[in-house]
Every structure is written in structure tokens, then in C-alpha cells.
Design a protein around this ligand. Structure first.
Ligand code: AQP
Length: 338
């Protein structure tokens, strides 16, 4: 099994990113060969500050290590260091339907909320994401539920590439998404109809992985619930359902167990107290390790450089095959090997 996932070096990572993605990354290290990529090329598709991008990249690298990624057990690298990603994006563009890109929810949402330029890069974002994964012939893609459509598209791209250029072979492996059964869509605490998000959410409704414990307690205490008292999940109780899911993940129980354990609670106050305690216990150690790791940018840079060299070794083989099949560049036997 080969696992690949990318994460953007944008903003402070929140509880949704942690539960939907980062926690799965850490588990993935024990399940197979795992590659995790900090996708700076994706981050430049919306307006950004170059200095902040560099700094956010180190922030995220330190955070991933603090959360439990181990550079000895996974390949952690920066997307722009492995040139194959950009090249494969262009090559795959020729088997990507324009109409499919137009249908992507993320493009529709993000282009609508852009105040300045809606870049071509934002439109091409899913093709770059497909290239990220397909370059490694990854089998599993751990992501949150919001990325389901992008993974479906990369599967279609791989299938179309193989049909057009594969000559009966699966040159590009068709990957599967790994969306967690609980916590795939953590909702904003102030507006539980919307997902917790870096760009679209409310400050008070978003728990950041690096929030102080007191801030976490305060945000959870003010979470929007409803006028009832029953601690059960239901479509009419989006706020309570969200808290139950968060508590389940943070305390290593199923949502059903949480509901059973909370059956004697006096009301939502008890639920919020339990959620706050569990989330603080889950995130506080990450925060402590982060401070130490973030202080040494040289060490972070070294980890990323080692990761990029290992990643490039894998991706270059795929690219050689893709180029050959597409008839692009010199034929393989006469090409200068890199
Ligand atoms: N609310 C969420 N619940 C569960 N999983 C989530 N993810 C994002 N939000 C939730 C998952 O986090 C991973 C990283 O996403 P990213 O690289 O796109 O980072 P981001 O831009 O910081 O994430 P956001 O919050 O989703 O940003 P916006 O909303 O601004 O685009 C992905 O696997 C994602 O599924």
C-alpha cells in the first residue's frame, strides 16, 4: 500500500484539518509506505504573501512533526521541490475534461469568494492534485469529505489516461480515497451548517490546533447547539451532532458510545465540558512539541530536502513512463538519464 496526501501551508491548521487529515496521516505511517506533501504550489492559486508562504510552510512542517509524523517512517516533502508535479500537471491536462473542472465545488466556492483575480491556477487546482497523487502511483488518499470530488476526478483522469495511452496497462494507478467514517467533516462551532474552514469560517467557531487550552475551552463553551437537552445525533441537531463526533474522535470512542456515556448528563453544559477536556488533552501535547520543532528552521529544511530527494526518485520513474506513452520528448532509449 502506498499512501499519499497533500496539505496546504495556509493559515493556522484547525481541528477539521487535524481530525479529517493529519490524524490519518500519522496512522498511515504504520499501514504502508506514506508520502505527505506540503502543497505550496496549490497555495499560490489564491492571493497570498510570498514571505508568509515561506513562514507558513515551516509552521505546517513543524506542526505535522509535532502531531506525530516521523521523517524516518514517512516521506515528508515540499511540493515545489519535486518538479515532476508541475510537469505531470500539464501532461494530464490533455486528458482532463474542461467541463469536469467547471463542475468542481471548490472552484465554484473559491472563485465566488475571490475579491481580486480568479486565477487560472485555481481552475487547474484539481489537475495539480491529480498529478500529486498519480506521480507516486499511490493506492490510498487520506482526505476529509470536502476533497471527495477531487479524488473522484483524479480517478477519472487516471482511467482516461490509461484508456488513451496505456495500451492495456494500468500506467497510472487508480487511487482510492480514505475518508474517515467519523470526523470527515467537522463543522464550524458557531455555524454548524458550514464546515470548519481556513478561509470561510468564523474565528470563534474555529478551533486551531495551536490554540491555548483556555481559548479552546471558551470556544467550545460558546458553541451553538439548540434548545433541547438530548445528547444524540440527528440532522435537526447539527451543533450537538458535531460536538458528539469531536468528542468521539478526541476520546477514542464511537459516537454511539459517547451518546450512551452521556445519557445521564444534565444537559449540553456537561457535553461541552467533556468535549473541551478531550480536545485540550488531544491538542496540548502537539502544541508543546510544536514550539520546540518550529524553532529550528534548518532542521525542518533538512527534513524537507531529504523527503524531496526520496519523493523525486519515485516520481521520476512515473514521469518517464508517462512521457514515453504520450510520445513527448526524446524516446526513452536515447534520453539522457537524470
Ligand atoms: N472541516 C473539516 N473537517 C474534516 N476535514 C477537513 N479538511 C479541511 N476541513 C475539514 C481536510 O483537511 C485537509 C487539508 O486541507 P487543505 O490542504 O485544503 O487545507 P486548508 O485549505 O487549510 O483547509 P480548509 O480548511 O478546507 O480551507 P478552505 O476551507 O479555506 O479551503 C484536507 O484533507 C481536507 O479534506
Amino acid at each position: 500500500m502506498r499512501i499519499f496526501s497533500g496539505i496546504q501551508p495556509t493559515g493556522s491548521k484547525h481541528l477539521g484539518n487535524y481530525i479529517g487529515a493529519i490524524r490519518q496521516y500519522v496512522e498511515g505511517q504504520d499501514r504502508g509506505e506514506a508520502l505527505y506533501c506540503i502543497v505550496d504550489l496549490h497555495a499560490i492559486t489564491v492571493s497570498y504573501d510570498p514571505h508568509e508562504l515561506r513562514s507558513s510552510l515551516y509552521d505546517l512542517c513543524a506542526l505535522l512533526l509535532a502531531a506525530g509524523l516521523d521523517a524516518q517512517r514517512c516521506i515528508l516533502f515540499r511540493q515545489s521541490d519535486v518538479l515532476e508535479h508541475a510537469e505531470l500537471t500539464w501532461l494530464l491536462a490533455s486528458v482532463t475534461a474542461f467541463g469536469d473542472l467547471q463542475r468542481m465545488h471548490q472552484f465554484k466556492d473559491k472563485s465566488a469568494s475571490q475579491r481580486e483575480l480568479v486565477s487560472g491556477g485555481l481552475f487547474f487546482y484539481p489537475v495539480l492534485m491529480a498529478a500529486d497523487v498519480l506521480a507516486y502511483r499511490a493506492t490510498d488518499v487520506p482526505v476529509g469529505d470536502d476533497q471527495r470530488q477531487h479524488v473522484e476526478l483524479m480517478r477519472d483522469i487516471a482511467i482516461r489516461f490509461n484508456a488513451r495511452f496505456g495500451g492495456g496497462e494500468e500506467v497510472l494507478l487508480v487511487p482510492e480515497h480514505r475518508i474517515p467514517s467519523v470526523g470527515a467533516r467537522i463543522m464550524d462551532l458557531q455555524d454548524p451548517a458550514r464546515k470548519m474552514s481556513t478561509t470561510g469560517g468564523s474565528e470563534q467557531g474555529t478551533i486551531y490546533v495551536l490554540d491555548e487550552p483556555a481559548t479552546i475551552v471558551k470556544k467550545i463553551a460558546s458553541a451553538v447547539t439548540d434548545s433541547g437537552r438530548e445528547i444524540v445525533r440527528s440532522p435537526e441537531k447539527a451543533g450537538v451532532s458535531n460536538l458528539i463526533e469531536i468528542l468521539a474522535v478526541a476520546s477514542g470512542r464511537t459516537p454511539q458510545q459517547v451518546e450512551a456515556d452521556m445519557a445521564d448528563a444534565r444537559g449540553y453544559g456537561d457535553l461541552k465540558k467533556a468535549v473541551a477536556e478531550a480536545v485540550v488533552a488531544m491538542l496540548a501535547p502537539v502544541r508543546e512539541r510544536y514550539v520546540r520543532l518550529r524553532a529550528d528552521e534548518g532542521a525542518l529544511e533538512q527534513i524537507l530536502a531529504d523527503g524531496a530527494a526520496r519523493a523525486s526518485e519515485i516520481a521520476s520513474h512515473t514521469l518517464a513512463d508517462v512521457r514515453e506513452r504520450m510520445g513527448v520528448g526524446a524516446p526513452r532509449q536515447t534520453r539522457t538519464l537524470r
